[in-house]
Design a protein around this ligand. Structure first.
Ligand code: HEC
Ligand code: HEC
Ligand code: HEC
Ligand code: HEC
Ligand code: HEC
Length: 187
């Protein structure tokens, strides 16, 4: 009896703890890292930036209308797609699905790729106003069939650029600098 007693009192909690630790560790390791360069979730409609912004040269700000005027660049509504797709590729199965979504009145739930924690304040406006190209932070989106996170969005990467230490690919020196006080991005 004593052996069974000890097994239950010591063994059971130990087993439970070991199982929990395993579940948490595995869960943490398979959770896609939202800050990770390369993060490229599959989208409900295979919208290609290469086709739209690359091959057909549609300007970024034609669809992301907020980048210059608001904090968020914004994702275009399904209605905005039909400025073209009332006539373009109406035979496509995907455009058919898009029409069903529009007619249902439900929003299209695109998977977010870039998503900073709530305690970080980011605003597109001051960046766009300084002439920083979308590609400095988002990479060559016009070549991507599936958007992926192209550069680090960790604090160190924001600070490197704010200090003027980042090498730009689309701008000549002198590089612009920006405030680095904590309150700039944590308010
Ligand atoms: C015809 C409209 C259209 C054009 C033009 C366009 N985009 Fe997009 N963009 C979208 C849609 C729709 C999504 C959401 C689906 C996706 O992620 O592919 C998106 C997503 C994105 C995302 C990811 C958003 C997130 O979840 O983090 C970035 C970054 C982006 N676009 C940048 C650009 C840049 C840079 C350009 C110009 C080179 C551009 N886009 C041109 C429609 C457009
Ligand atoms: C300014 C015009 C324009 C807008 C706005 C636009 N598209 Fe397109 N789209 C095109 C063109 C042009 C093509 C390529 C047609 C071809 O294959 O020649 C295309 C192709 C596509 C295709 C591929 C169809 C297939 O089966 O090959 C999909 C899917 C698509 N668009 C989705 C969208 C979505 C979703 C939106 C809204 C977020 C959108 N488009 C907004 C012009 C546009
Ligand atoms: C200085 C770096 C930087 C530049 C330049 C930049 N972005 Fe972003 N973008 C970000 C960051 C950081 C996020 C994530 C913001 C968040 O999670 O609150 C983001 C998010 C986005 C998103 C998804 C969320 C939203 O804001 O609606 C889109 C779409 C986008 N950017 C498009 C663009 C386009 C188009 C341009 C050029 C006109 C651009 N970005 C320029 C850093 C940048
Ligand atoms: C490619 C360079 C670059 C990167 C990367 C960058 N920034 Fe900036 N940021 C700037 C520049 C340049 C300004 C404009 C400063 C000015 O207007 O004098 C700015 C301005 C800002 C401002 C407004 C500051 C103010 O009070 O005037 C905020 C907030 C900000 N950035 C947050 C961020 C965050 C958060 C990130 C990282 C996710 C980031 N930035 C990444 C270059 C960058
Ligand atoms: C230019 C923008 C910017 C400035 C300035 C900035 N931060 Fe951050 N901070 C970020 C971003 C973006 C994140 C989220 C991504 C990450 O954790 O790297 C973050 C995350 C953090 C975190 C959470 C880290 C973690 O691993 O969970 C802490 C703590 C923090 N910042 C403290 C500070 C302090 C203290 C200062 C001033 C010395 C400061 N930050 C200045 C952009 C900034």
């Amino acid at each position: 009896m004593k052996v069974l007693d000890r097994l239950l009192r010591v063994g059971l909690p130990l087993t439970v703890a070991a199982v929990l630790a395993t579940v948490i560790t595995v869960g943490w390791m398979v959770e896609p890292d939202r800050y990770m360069v390369g993060y490229a979730p599959e989208q409900p409609i295979p919208f290609s930036h290469k086709v739209h912004a690359g091959d057909n040269n549609i300007p970024c700000e034609y669809c992301h209308t907020g980048a210059r005027s608001g904090r968020h660049a914004t994702i275009p509504s399904v209605d905005a797609c039909f400025k073209c797709h009332n006539v373009t590729r109406t035979d496509s199965e995907w455009i058919g699905q898009l029409r069903e979504i529009r007619d249902s009145g439900r929003p299209l739930e695109w998977e977010r790729i870039h998503d900073l924690p709530d305690y970080v304040y980011f605003d597109h406006r001051p960046h766009v106003a300084k002439g920083i190209a979308c590609q400095e932070c988002h990479g060559p989106v016009e070549e991507m069939d599936v958007v992926r996170q192209a550069t680090s969005m960790r604090m160190g990467a924001c600070l490197e650029c704010h200090r003027g230490e980042r090498i730009y690919t689309t701008m000549e020196e002198p590089y612009p600098t920006a405030p680095v006080s904590c309150g700039t991005c944590h308010r």
